[in-house]
Design a protein around this ligand. Structure first.
Ligand SMILES: Cc1ncc(COP(=O)(O)O)c(C=O)c1O
Length: 400
């Protein structure tokens, strides 16, 4: 009998990858599937990005690079942050990683250990709770509730901070809710953090380019008072439709960057060489393809929210960013896991139970609208058919 380390039992998984595998298995049997479960744009990356990476392969960029990434890429990241937010970032404080989730993993390995606590939103990207637990720290959830636009009040966090708190994780725009943290609450939170100088802020801004209604993303980098304890996570996956390239980064406080780079050396050595050249082209090249993609997401958002609100038992607030709708299903009489399963098995609609993102996701489903309008319309028609068949009109006790 082989023993594995006890920490392996504390590591969770991602519902999206599990449902995707099930949906693909059903599709292989000939069932028609509409996939709204996976969080990735259905667009190709901008064409000049692909050309830059192709050229880099052909030009012979096949070897290892410095572990934190090639300097021109880290300079391009600093330049992009300066152009977008008017902030100064030292390229020496940046580590480029194979996806931002690796930077998240590093941050939590650096900070978390038994006897410490890390505060995180719930429902949220499943990696937060899973990787906090894996580090040995105790996850302390902040419930994100619909009535507050799936955000929180500064005091919800400040009152949970104690001597054992190592870090808080923030994510705006958010997965799975599409919520954006209110700027006033961020100001209050940062002001309140002055009383807790031992607490690191991990700000996951991977959806920062996907924000609607003409609003601008507000980065935590702009708060000078916490720059010496802020870890910013971002990457190319969502904003440039480059999920499979595996390219992300973190900006670290000076005292942490060395730890992150040592983890990179021990873990993956470096991100694929030519991929890094694609990353430079994405940040420095024309943005018209990115803007067109975002305009398409905004249009799809209207369609999916409109259709969801016309369905019996379902209501959906307008997401302010990212590409997820997070409809309230409490009046359907189904709990989230049952509705997820039955929609997939009976109607071939792949969505995700809100509970895949934490206990506070009960009563919700997540649909990714990074899919064509035709797919969205088809999925919503099928959900409607399912609800009619199950006579959903009346409030009912939760079925299981
Ligand atoms: C909130 C959030 N953070 C991080 C990630 C990881 O992204 P990547 O590792 O592709 O950069 C995701 C992916 O779904 C996400 O939704």
């Amino acid at each position: 009998m082989i023993d594995v380390a006890a920490r392996m039992h504390r590591l969770g998984t991602e519902g999206a990858f599990e449902v995707l595998a099930k949906a693909q298995a059903l599709a292989a049997t000939g069932k028609s599937i509409v996939n709204l479960c996976i969080g990735q744009p259905d667009f190709p990356p901008p064409s000049h990005v692909i050309e830059a990476a192709e050229k880099a392969w052909r030009d012979g960029h096949h070897g290892y690079t410095p572990a934190p990434g090639i300097l021109p890429l880290r300079e391009a990241v600093a330049g992009d942050l300066h152009r977008r937010f008017n902030v100064q970032v030292d390229p020496g404080d940046i580590t480029v990683t194979p996806g931002s989730k690796v930077a998240l993993f590093f941050a939590l390995q650096i900070l978390g250990e038994p006897g410490t606590e890390i505060i995180h939103p719930n429902p949220a990207y499943p990696g937060y709770e899973s990787l906090i637990s894996y580090s040995g720290a105790t996850p302390i959830p902040i419930p994100l509730i619909e009535e507050r636009g799936f955000s929180f009040e500064a005091d919800d966090i400040l009152t949970r901070i104690g001597p054992r708190t190592r870090a808080i994780i923030l994510n705006s725009p958010a997965n799975p809710t599409g919520g954006v943290i209110d700027r006033g609450e961020l100001d209050k939170l940062v002001a309140g953090l002055a009383d807790f100088p031992h607490v690191v802020v991990i700000s996951d801004e991977i959806y920062g380019r996907i924000i609607y209604d003409g609003k601008a993303h507000h980065t935590l980098l702009s708060y000078e008072s916490i720059r010496d304890r802020l870890i910013l996570l971002d990457g190319w996956s969502k904003g440039f439709a480059m999920t499979g390239w595996r390219l992300g980064y973190a900006v670290w406080p000076k005292v942490l960057v060395e730890h992150a780079n040592r983890l990179a050396i021990n873990c993956h050595s470096c991100v694929a060489n030519a991929v890094q050249y694609g990353g430079i082209a994405a940040l420095e090249g024309p943005m018209d393809e990115v803007n067109a993609m975002n305009a398409a997401f905004e249009q799809r958002r209207h369609v999916i929210v409109d259709r969801l609100n016309s369905l019996p038992g379902i209501s959906c607030v307008n997401p302010a960013g990212a590409f997820y709708a997070f409809p309230n299903i409490k009046h359907t009489g189904f709990n989230a896991a049952v509705l997820q399963r039955q929609l997939l098995e009976q109607e071939g609609v792949a969505g995700l139970a809100g509970t895949s993102f934490g206990v506070w996701g009960e009563g919700y489903l997540r649909f990714s609208y990074a899919a064509s309008i035709e797919q969205i319309e088809e999925a919503m028609a099928r959900v409607g058919r399912f609800l009619d068949r199950n006579a959903v009109r009346r409030p009912a006790a939760l079925r299981s």
